[in-house]
Design a protein around this ligand. Structure first.
Ligand SMILES: *Cc1c(COP(=O)(O)O)cnc(C)c1O
Length: 450
């Protein structure tokens, strides 16, 4: 692209676009337009190359322009781009459903498609709510969720979310849900993983003991709260949550939108603690980061509560125009074939161990308070005072400034407040990871010393 074409496009973007989760005043100051990608790199309209160190916001798996996925989408285009799933199905959506069930945790047998993680969560909420209506337990209509939870940006998903800076504004629009503390070990008064876990489980049990009779389901991000700042559960917490859901007859809704498809090591993060959810939501990595496909997966028990004569009105009345889109499902099938062909899970396990050691070198930086990681999902929490864990002043936007400097140095990521996210494509090589980390370390070091 010529410099003139670039300038024209930047002007157009400032004049016409309104970007998600973006203060447009920031964008106007620091515009960026991506033109192409290849492997772990993307290039902007001036030809500058960047590492995609956040997988284009937690999506990309095998890198950009992966030949097998490109080819699968092209092949599908030769047949048909889209037909509806309302009352009928199509070839790749059917094949993908079978494939997903085969790799899902035990007990999951059914796949309900949509187009984004938030929609998958909306469907999970309606499914859980209606399940109890359909089986005659009409008093079970509330949800329990974790403080700091994030499940997407639609009104239902925000109602079971709990990140003040995103959600507070919309509170008058939301339905009520019970919030229980999440084990944020670094900021728990005990600072101890087991004490923090037991404290949170105790509070969850107290709530369920009192309210379970009116609770339909509990939503939780599997193993790691992403948007809250990459908070990894202490060992035993997730299993404890599952056991309490069983004990109090509350449906366990595991949100694997960020963690699914190898991101944390195993195919799904539920596997870390052998958790078997009643409902599981997936999106992001399902198509390798190519196309908007999501799914709400569930058990035969739930499915059967909806299976009846039409006149009983037990149908799940939910659907979207592009549900089960063929191009997306074809990309997802190619993505899953690559997991087998390239041994992605084994390679992630191996590289994760190495990554842990590499990341620990960030401890040399005086303003790195905590480094959290599970598989290829990592966050580096920056603090003003490491000893007291005192945060930087919020308005200084230390995390944001660090990532802007990283961008200048050729690494793209997005912070969560003062937590710098590192979430590279699973296919990244150790050399590529090393270079990304070196740039990130330099930027964090320089910006936090200012
Ligand atoms: C990203 C995310 C969502 C929302 O997915 P979208 O596709 O952006 O709507 C939901 N839950 C979790 C845990 C996520 O990380």
């Amino acid at each position: 692209m010529t410099p003139n074409e670039h300038e024209t496009l930047v002007e157009l973007s400032k004049k016409r676009l309104w970007l998600p989760f973006t203060q447009m005043k920031d964008y106007d100051r620091d515009p960026l337009i991506i033109e192409r990608g290849d492997g772990v790199f993307v290039w902007d309209t001036q030809g500058k190359r960047y590492y995609d160190a956040f997988s284009s916001v937690w999506l990309n798996v095998h890198g950009h322009r992966k030949a097998e996925i490109d080819e699968a989408v092209r092949e599908q285009l030769n047949k048909i781009a889209h037909s509806t799933l309302l009352g009928m199905t199509n070839v790749p959506a059917t094949e993908l459903a079978d494939k997903l069930v085969r790799i899902a945790p035990a007990g999951i047998t059914r796949v309900f498609y949509s187009d984004s993680g938030a929609e998958a969560v909306e469907i999970a909420l309606k499914m859980a709510f209606q399940y109890w209506q359909n089986v005659g337990r009409t008093e079970k209509r509330k949800f329990v969720t974790m403080r700091g939870g994030y499940h997407g940006d639609t009104i239902g998903a925000v109602s079971v979310g709990n990140i003040d800076i995103f959600h507070k504004m919309y509170r008058p629009l939301l339905f009520d849900s019970y919030k229980v503390p999440y084990p944020y070990v670094y900021r728990h008064p005990s600072g101890d993983a087991e004490a923090c876990r037991d404290d949170c489980l105790r509070q969850l049990e107290a709530l369920l003991a009192e309210h379970a009779h009116e609770v339909a389901g509990l939503t939780v991000e599997s193993m790691i709260q992403g948007a809250a700042g990459m908070l990894v559960m202490p060992p035993g917490f997730f299993k404890g949550v599952e056991q309490l859901c069983r004990k109090y007859d509350v449906l366990l809704i595991a949100d694997e939108v960020a963690t699914g498809f190898g991101r944390t090591g195993p195919m799904f993060a539920c596997e870390h603690e052998d958790v078997t959810p009643d409902i599981m939501t997936v999106a992001k990595g399902i198509t390798g980061g190519y196309l908007p496909i999501a799914a709400t997966m569930t058990t035969e028990r739930i499915y059967e509560a909806f299976y009846a004569d039409y006149t009983e009105l037990k149908t799940l009345f939910h659907g979207h125009s592009y549900t089960g889109n063929q191009l997306g499902c074809a990309a997802a099938l190619a993505n899953l074939r690559l997991f087998e062909k390239e041994g992605v899970l084994a390679s992630v396990q191996e590289k994760s161990q190495w990554l842990r050691a590499e990341l620990s070198s960030f401890e040399e930086l005086p303003h790195v308070g905590d480094i959290r990681r599970l598989g290829f999902m990592a966050g580096i929490e920056l603090v003003r005072d490491r000893r007291t864990k005192e945060p930087f002043e919020w308005a200084r936007r230390t995390g944001y400034r660090a990532t802007l400097y990283m961008r200048e140095l050729g690494v793209l990521t997005r912070p969560l407040g003062d937590v710098v996210v590192f979430m590279p494509p699973l296919a990244s090589t150790k050399e590529e990871l090393s270079e990304m980390l070196a740039i990130m370390k330099r930027a964090i070091g320089e910006v936090t010393e200012q």
